[in-house]
Design a protein around this ligand. Structure first.
Ligand SMILES: Cc1ncc(COP(=O)(O)O)c(C=O)c1O
Length: 383
């Protein structure tokens, strides 16, 4: 019996990070560096307090489709912007998926970085789009010339451009564009004569070494009328509420906001009301926000410690790593990543093979478990 339509039959999760993480979790006592979850996972001290003060309806009633006026203000405050229309989404994933869905027609091209977070490619596949890759880093810098080359080719074909940028602390590399690199990128986009949708994946906004959790001015980008920035916010990492599923899609374009509301209502309907109210309270209350920033600061400094251990040891044993500016992951280029994954798994060490690299989630390993890891990985790497 054919219950699934022909075009969807091949949409099966293969080598998905959540599946690989499940295998790692089942290996009790093993080293689990698979997933982008900060460990130890401890709720910020203010979270339970704010959440316990919510009224029954704020917790268990439906939220409005877009999350409501306070949430709109809160997301603008979170981004350090004003005037954005906002739609609540189930995580950053929901925001990215909606952005792709609403800006491209079947068969069109979506431009994404290489290497990148696995679900981008699958989202394109699920929506019958072509994923086209731009090379993210060359000689430790943003590879603008490859981006422009790929973008121009797409524009020639479809007279519009939709692309994803994941910044700062890109997954999987940990690369962050400098202010100058961002300026050059938007300078190119502003001078195009076709519509450009920038899907700006900000999943790791709050943990960058450039202190972007405090200074959001880099997000206030001047764009021409042809450019629409779709800010894809994830509260998973910023609030350490991964499983609560809350994110937001923010845009200055009213028409986009309206179709995003329709999309939301007809897919997930509305989002986690309790978390919408928690985020609204925290972002709009200076005292609690201060506590939030202090909590983020602790995570950030712990990540700096962990990355130093891994990168110093990598240098000592001559293990090549991709340029890392901060964040949850460090990546190692290699041509045999599946083999490296299997061999390390046999030693109860779990990392993630993705694109032509293996990704080490330093967010998941405390310092003692990170020690010696670079050397163990090095054993199996082919350049
Ligand atoms: C690059 C990137 N974008 C977006 C997300 C979305 O996360 P969530 O849907 O939990 O907000 C993640 C989570 O791992 C990510 O790594």
């Amino acid at each position: 019996m054919d219950f699934v339509t022909e075009s969807k039959k091949d949409n099966i999760l293969k080598n998905d990070a959540l599946g690989i993480a499940k295998i790692a979790r089942e290996d009790k006592g093993g080293i689990n560096a698979t997933l982008g979850i900060f460990s130890p996972l401890e709720p910020f001290s203010f979270l339970e307090g704010v959440s316990s003060k919510l009224q029954i309806k704020q917790k268990y009633g439906y939220s409005s489709v877009d999350g409501g006026e306070e949430f709109r203000k809160a997301v603008n405050a979170y981004l350090g912007l004003d005037g954005c229309y906002v739609v609540a989404t189930p995580g950053g994933t929901g925001a990215i998926n909606a952005s792709i869905n609403l800006t491209l027609e079947k068969g069109e091209d979506l431009l994404i970085p290489y290497p990148c977070w696995g679900p981008y490619n699958n989202m394109a596949k699920g929506l019958s789009l072509n994923a086209i890759y731009y090379n993210l880093i060359k000689d430790d810098k943003f590879d603008l010339s490859d981006f422009i080359k790929k973008a121009n080719e797409i524009i020639d074909r479809q007279r519009r451009l939709v692309f994803i940028i994941n910044d700062p602390c890109q997954n999987p590399t940990g690369y962050s564009l400098s202010n100058d690199e961002l300026k050059e990128l938007f300078n190119y986009l502003n001078n195009l004569s076709v519509p450009v949708s920038v899907i700006y994946d900000l999943a790791y906004l709050d943990i960058s070494n450039e202190k972007r959790h405090i200074d959001r001015s880099f997000l206030d980008i001047k764009v021409n009328d042809n450019v629409n920035i779709l800010y894809c916010v994830s509260f998973s990492k910023s609030y350490q509420i991964y499983g609560q599923r809350l994110g937001a899609l923010a845009t200055k374009n009213e028409e986009f906001y309206k179709v995003a509301c329709f999309y939301a209502r007809t897919t997930w309907s509305n989002c986690n009301n309790a978390m919408i109210n928690v985020v609204s309270e925290v972002e709009l209350n200076k005292e609690i926000k201060k506590e939030h920033i202090e909590g983020l600061e602790k995570i950030r400094s712990e990540l700096i410690k962990r990355s130093k251990i891994f990168l110093d040891e990598a240098k000592e044993c001559d293990l090549n790593t991709i340029k890392y500016n901060g964040g949850f992951f460090i990546s190692i280029p290699c041509s045999n990543n599946k083999e490296v994954y299997e061999k390390l798994k046999a030693e109860h060490i779990h990392i993630l093979p993705v694109c032509n690299i293996v990704r080490v989630a330093i967010c998941g390993l405390e310092c003692d478990k990170l020690k010696g890891l670079a050397k163990k990985i090095k054993k199996y790497i082919k350049a």
